[in-house]
Design a protein around this ligand. Structure first.
Ligand SMILES: Cc1ncc(COP(=O)(O)O)c(C=O)c1O
Length: 397
């Protein structure tokens, strides 16, 4: 066996990617699997964005750019933050990276010393703990209450802060819970953060996916907290550009410069063509976002109706992002086709193996009594997927 670092040996693979991959393998083998695992829009990237990329290739815009991103993209990001989020940055306070995931990694590498703690409210996006560990930090998982729908709890947050805490990761709209922090929740968290010297990494990648007229509030826009917040965003979800790999962040100059140093040594600039496409996304017509949001809301409502009919009551609908995260604990200890369902992983396994519908078990998100269902799928797939899911659940007794 080759020598591998302890850090990497201990690193878990992303459960979401693993399940998506398993569903894909079954599909490749000819099995008709409905995959409700992925957190990516199933729409094509809008035409004007693709055309900008084609023009970039034609114009030979195919070389290294400035490490932090092209001047025109940095300006477009500054304008976006200003008009959408009331966040005001100078060019030295913005870094463009190869996806929001990369932005978070760069930010954590810039901030953490070995052993520094990072508070991650649970349920959390699968990759946060692993990225913290890769950056030599220690993830401190802080569960929010399932009974409240996992709404943020400032008293718990305050209690989790210790002498080694450096960073608090916030994610609204939240993957996997689908909650969107209200303005008063954001204000309450901001007031608490201001009493500390913590840095908040605010992951706002699902900002545009908010339903029923809700408004996303960026914590960095609140008074007196600006120097403590790094705001992360990107084009993956808003513009159906997951494969283009562009994320960006804005924050205190010192952190952004340090994150740029990390990026400069590891990857250098994000893809030049994708940067041109991102300028078109941010500066161009925003109609495609509204069209996608409308579709997502219709799909969300459809899934909610199907789940509610089974539960015989209202199921809590996601306020944002693209996921349902229902509790499934009542299935635990029961049997399906002779197999004992001990936990959400067993349940996901049963649904995939016998009913050919793929969902991600809650263990991956630090909430083992739950399962995540993505509604980023066509209506046809959702109908089929819900039929299979409900049939699979019925079998469990
Ligand atoms: C909460 C959250 N943050 C960040 C990302 C990563 O986005 P990107 O594709 O820009 O790396 C994802 C992707 O699934 C996500 O769900």
């Amino acid at each position: 066996m080759r020598h591998l670092s302890t850090k990497v040996r201990n690193l878990e693979e992303s459960q979401t990617l693993l399940l998506t991959q398993r569903a894909r393998l079954l599909q490749d083998a000819g099995v008709d699997v409905v995959s409700l695992t992925a957190g990516e829009p199933d729409f094509p990237t809008p035409a004007h964005i693709k055309e900008a990329a084609l023009r970039a290739i034609e114009a030979d815009f195919t070389h290294y750019t400035a490490n932090q991103g092209t001047a025109e993209l940095i300006e477009a990001v500054i304008d976006k933050f200003s008009s959408d989020n009331d966040l005001h940055f100078s060019p030295d306070q913005v870094l463009v990276s190869s996806g929001a995931k990369h932005s978070i990694f760069n930010a954590l590498c810039a901030i953490l010393n070995p052993g520094d703690e990072v508070i991650i409210p649970a349920p959390y996006w699968v990759s946060y703990p692993a990225i913290v560990r890769l950056a030599d930090g220690v993830p401190v998982i802080l569960p929010f209450e399932a009974a409240t729908g996992f709404r943020p709890d400032v008293r718990r947050l305050r209690r989790a802060i210790g002498p080694k805490t450096r960073v608090l990761i916030l994610n609204t709209p939240c993957n996997p819970t689908g909650i969107v922090f209200t303005r008063s929740e954001v204000e309450e968290i901001a007031a608490m953060v201001k009493e500390t010297n913590l840095t908040v990494i605010s992951d706002e990648i699902y900002e545009k996916m908010v339903f029923d007229g809700r408004k996303h509030v960026s914590i960095g826009s609140l008074k007196g907290i600006r120097d403590q917040v790094v705001t992360v965003n990107g084009v993956s979800k808003a513009y159906a550009m997951t494969g283009w790999r562009i994320g960006y962040m804005g924050g205190p100059e010192e952190i952004i410069r340090a994150a740029g140093k990390v990026q400069g040594q590891v990857t250098n600039n994000a893809n030049s063509i994708a940067q041109k496409a991102t300028v078109a996304a941010l500066r161009g017509p925003q109609g495609p976002i509204d069209a996608m949001r409308t579709q997502f809301q219709l799909r969300r409502d459809y899934v909610a109706r199907r789940l509610s009919a089974r539960e015989g009551g209202e199921v809590r609908s996601p306020e944002g992002a693209m996921f349902f995260f229902p509790g499934v604990e009542r299935c635990f200890g029961m049997r399906a086709r002779g197999n004992l369902i001990r936990n959400a992983s067993d349940l996901a396994e049963h649904l995939l193996e016998h009913h050919h519908v793929a969902l991600v078990p809650g263990e991956a998100f630090g909430a083992p009594g739950h399962i995540r269902l993505s509604f980023a799928a066509s209506m046809g797939d959702l109908e089929k997927g819900m039929d299979r899911l409900l049939r699979g659940l019925q079998e469990i007794q």
